[in-house]
Write a protein that binds this ligand. Structure first.
Ligand code: PLP
Length: 392
């Protein structure tokens, strides 16, 4: 189906709500039954009836239908955070004594799920460099039940060949889960490459305005129904109707925002690469990127998240650069209207800084919806201050 149709029309039943263009927010916790028989059948199968909004809710359902269709999936669930979607997807596919293979440095709370929560149930995790398919093959054991992917991942944007990993996993009867937050369904469709479950933080591009925390989990009807009936209802972390409505609103402009952000990002990257204080830019759609060919093969775009390595001899210099920015905000997250920055040194004890380690000099930049020049001029004046030049 056409993306514009999915975003503008699909799953909207305007005749049911006075032909209003915008959908209503069905802000209700529970739903009424006329007969005991109706109630009895709802108790038997909560996944096909409106009973209680920890389960199904009409505003959330409209969003689910659109998101599943965008992902090319049979079904999806929407959670109150990306972390909750990841947790449910993982929990649904392990039991005591199982083994997980994960890419190195997945999203921090995915890693905590493996290292802290699953570890308590004697479930072990092997982390692999996901840029080489052979590493997955070597790590698989007879009790491996999940291969966990994130392509690209954050900071260095390492990719996995999703089609190849999916094929390998199917041969061993292993469930594949892929975090697709970086691309969204607009730029990458892991389900079409054979991945079983796709998770994303809707807090980022889908919400798009830095005002909602939410997560999406897509997959086959069978897997999603099973997760609904246990993890989703049990964790009780389904998205609330108002937040679902905000995501429906965010979806209207998702492709337009991504196009604009991608175009601005190329312009900002040109500036960064020409700046003498920048050693390197890391971005999957840049020709210098190590996995550029694979990025072009499995992604349609790369959006606004990139990393650059500053030439700096001290953490203080990087602090100075970031503290000097006038418009680009210093904050976690990304995908909203506003450009954001995080230096690696913010997560380090300044005493641990080693200028010889490029990673210590990394700065993650998210390019928002501002004019390219507005962002570039802000970066330019901050570099000048860092270099100790007078700037007028
Ligand atoms: C933000 C993020 C998450 C977690 O999503 P929340 O909505 O913050 O819970 C998961 N994966 C990636 C790659 C993220 O950037």
């Amino acid at each position: 189906m056409d993306t514009s149709f999915l975003i503008n029309e699909f799953a909207e039943e305007r005749a049911l709500y006075f032909n209003a263009v915008a959908p209503p927010i069905m802000q209700t916790s529970n739903f009424v039954f006329k007969t005991v028989e109706e109630m009895r059948s709802a108790f038997k199968d909560e996944y096909s009836t409106y009973l209680y909004s920890r389960g199904l809710n009409p505003t959330v359902d409209m969003l689910r239908k659109k998101l599943a269709a965008l992902d090319g999936a049979e079904d999806c669930l929407v959670f109150n955070s990306g972390a909750a979607a990841i947790f449910a997807a993982v929990l649904a596919n392990v039991k005591c004594g199982d083994h997980v293979v994960s890419v190195n440095q997945p999203y921090a709370w995915a890693q905590k799920t493996f290292d802290v929560v699953l570890a308590r149930f004697n479930i072990t995790t092997t982390y692999v460099d996901g840029t080489d398919i052979a590493n997955f093959e070597k790590a698989i054991t007879t009790n491996t039940t999940i291969i966990y992917l994130e392509s690209p991942n954050s900071w260095e944007y390492a990719l996995q060949d999703l089609g190849a990993v999916a094929q390998l996993a199917k041969k061993h009867n292993i469930v594949t889960i892929c975090d697709n937050s970086y691309c969204t369904a607009i730029y990458q469709k892991p389900i079409s490459l054979g991945i079983d479950l796709v998770v994303q933080s809707a807090t980022k591009y889908i919400g798009g305005h830095s005002d909602t925390v939410a997560g999406v989990l897509s997959g086959s009807s069978e897997m999603i129904a099973s997760i609904f009936n246990s993890e989703y209802l049990n964790i009780g972390s389904g998205i609330q109707p108002f937040n679902a409505w905000l995501l429906l609103r965010g979806l209207r402009t998702l492709p337009a925002r991504l196009d604009r952000i991608s175009a601005t990002t190329s312009t900002v990257i040109k500036f960064l690469k020409s700046n003498p204080s920048v050693e390197k830019v890391i971005y999957p759609f840049d020709e210098t990127f190590g996995q550029y060919e694979l990025a072009k093969k499995q992604m349609k775009g790369a959006g606004g998240l990139l990393t650059f390595v500053i030439k700096a001899g001290s953490a203080q210099q990087i602090d100075n650069f970031c503290n000097s920015l006038q418009h680009i905000l210093m904050a976690v997250s990304w995908g909203g209207y506003e450009s954001l920055i995080i230096p690696k040194v913010a997560g380090m004890d300044p005493g641990a800084f080693n200028g010889n380690v490029a990673e210590h000099r990394m700065v993650r930049l998210y390019v928002g919806l501002e004019e390219a020049n507005y962002i570039i001029e802000d970066l330019r004046q901050a570099f000048a201050k860092m270099e100790g030049k007078n700037f007028s």
